[in-house]
Design a protein around this ligand. Sequence first.
Ligand SMILES: Nc1ncnc2c1ncn2[C@@H]1O[C@H](COP(=O)(O)OP(=O)(O)OP(=O)(O)O)[C@@H](O)[C@H]1O
Ligand SMILES: [Mg+2]
Length: 314
Amino acid sequence: MNHDMSDIIGKSRALRAVLEMAMKVAPTQSTVLITGESGSGKELVAHAIHAQSDRRDKYFLPVNCGALPETLLESLLFGHMKGSFTGAFANQEGLFERARGGTIFLDEIGEIPQHLQVKLLRVLEAREILSIGSTTPRKVDVRVLAATNRELQKEVEQGRFRDDLYFRLNVMEIHIPPLRERPEDIPLLVEHLIEKHNPELKRHFKGAEPAVIQALMSLPWKGNVRELDNVIEHTMILADGDWIRLEDLPRSLLGGKEAVHAYTPNLKEALKQFEKQHIERVLEQVSQDRKEASRLLDISLSSLYRKIEEFGIS
Ligand SMILES: Nc1ncnc2c1ncn2[C@@H]1O[C@H](COP(=O)(O)OP(=O)(O)OP(=O)(O)O)[C@@H](O)[C@H]1O
Ligand SMILES: [Mg+2]
């Protein structure tokens, strides 16, 4: 899939700052360290930087540095020579070489073992690699983007991450704030996610009711956008109708006390809710006689009609 900046949804000040920085750094050759909690969009931003750079027609190679044992990771990144270890039947090119003018994305860089940290530093400083079993360094043309959900600074203080590598990586840091710190992004994200899942689930949801959006805006989202994505998909599978309603959301989501207390409508919203309920009550009282209701409410008949329309009172 080809990503660009427009795939990154959100209008919060925090997210706009992320986008602005990504746009600025994209056309350079700089190494970028992207930080943020799990599911906050680090890979999405990395991909967008690549897509916005002049390397866009070359490879974007994501590597999860935390997922592989040390020797495998080393061989994957730097390659190996035939016979350098049991099972090395032929020369094998590493990803740094295979990127050939492209971008490599080192995810979970905080997990990279110490001796590979040294080798990585060499790539960043001299743009050269040493394959396992080789004694001649080779030049590579690769841009390095890295990401972590750990606090690398702390890893450095505790001696688990080399400070020279940290300084090299940290020249340009893009921090993506957690979703709960930018709830303004949730309405657009929900809309985007519904549009994304509609075709694959063969559904035709038009959106989510305001109460749903408000409830979602109040949740802590420890798993960030990925968790929101999963909740929306789960809800769309089970719900019917055109609009996602509050009762369609998974019970476990709103069940926690935390969530219920976290949501406080602002004054304008609370007044609107009260206004709607009150109008409904009065209309019921006078058996839907709108003229009589407007008299009791002491508003003109036309503004009563307007409010009925606005609040969707039937
Ligand atoms: N601002 C956003 N707009 C649209 N989609 C987003 C946004 N942020 C994240 N996503 C989506 O959320 C999911 C998780 O994002 P991504 O994989 O980039 O997170 P991550 O930070 O790399 O997570 P991890 O640390 O777990 O690897 C992806 O499907 C991604 O497309
Ligand atoms: Mg990731």
